[in-house]
Design a protein around this ligand. Structure first.
Ligand SMILES: [Zn+2]
Length: 276
């Protein structure tokens, strides 16, 4: 089943796309069209929706928040078939240059990710009417950036928000780096948070602060048990327990789980202790 929807935010249009071979899509992704640019380009299994929803005569440049297949899935199509330049962080360019072996659940949910040449962005990018500061926000992925339009109060945040309390974490995410990046974002002024899955309006800085507080409280709970000398196993037993969201853990074969968040906090605390 196909899910496609145009979300009207005035000068910004959100193009929501999702696809599932059977039944309703489990998730959808949003890319944004404004002025003469696109921010992110959706998953490749929603390619038909992407082609249909974009107002092509206006698009001159495409900017990526990160290399994940639900945000960069149509990048190769843009570069090769439409000759539209796609830009990203140097690490995004590096990641998309080679074929990434996606996991079965990623392929099922979002489709494949074809390698392509993405151009490196500088610290600032401009569309015809707007100017965006590019801020490196690693944590969810090493290459992640957000695009901040200070005058309009817009933040295009890729996967930095998603929700204030998260139920699961990817195995390759870093909670310590995410906390540092959320602090950077929380210091910005904006009143529209154009999240890649869950846009927020009406004091969105507060949403970011709530997410930051949630991660900080998880890390402090873990730190307390580490200080007491508990083993990793004992820490998992105390802090994961009923909080584990089993459907996600099972579907992704453990790549996405609440336990990953606790593990990332343990690893992060150990790294910090080692570097002291
Ligand atoms: Zn992502």
């Amino acid at each position: 089943m196909r899910l496609e929807q145009v979300l009207d935010f005035g000068p910004v249009k959100g193009l929501r796309m999702g696809f599932a071979p059977v039944g309703k899509p489990l998730m959808s992704a949003i890319c944004y069209q404004l002025d003469n640019i696109l921010i992110d380009c959706g998953p490749s299994n929603a390619h038909e929706s992407f082609v249909r929803l974009v107002e092509w005569e206006q698009v001159e440049h495409v900017y990526l928040t990160h290399y994940h297949e639900d945000h960069a899935g149509n990048a190769a199509y843009l570069v090769e078939r439409r000759q539209i330049p796609v830009y990203g962080h140097p690490l995004t360019c590096q990641a998309l240059r080679k074929r990434i072996a996606l996991k079965p659940y990623e392929l099922y949910m979002w489709g494949s990710l074809k390698p392509t040449e993405v151009r490196e962005i500088a610290g600032q990018v401009e569309s015809d009417k707007y100017r965006f500061q590019v801020i490196h926000t690693p944590g969810h992925s090493d290459d992640h950036v957000v695009y901040w339009e200070a005058e309009q109060g817009w933040l295009f945040s890729g996967d930095m928000y998603l929700g204030a309390r998260i139920k699961y974490f990817r195995s390759d995410e870093s909670v310590m780096r995410t906390i540092a990046s959320l602090k950077k974002i929380a210091s910005l002024e904006f009143d529209a948070l154009f999240c890649g899955h869950n846009p927020q309006f009406g004091n969105p800085v507060n949403h970011i602060k709530r997410k930051l507080a949630f991660f900080e409280s998880v890390v402090s709970d873990v730190a307390e048990l580490v200080d007491k000398g508990l083993t990793d196993r004992e820490i998992y037993k105390r802090l994961v327990g009923r909080k584990e969201f089993w459907p996600a853990k099972l579907i992704t074969l453990g790549d996405v789980s609440y336990k990953n968040l606790i593990r990332s906090a343990i690893d992060g605390l150990r790294d910090t202790a080692r570097s002291r």
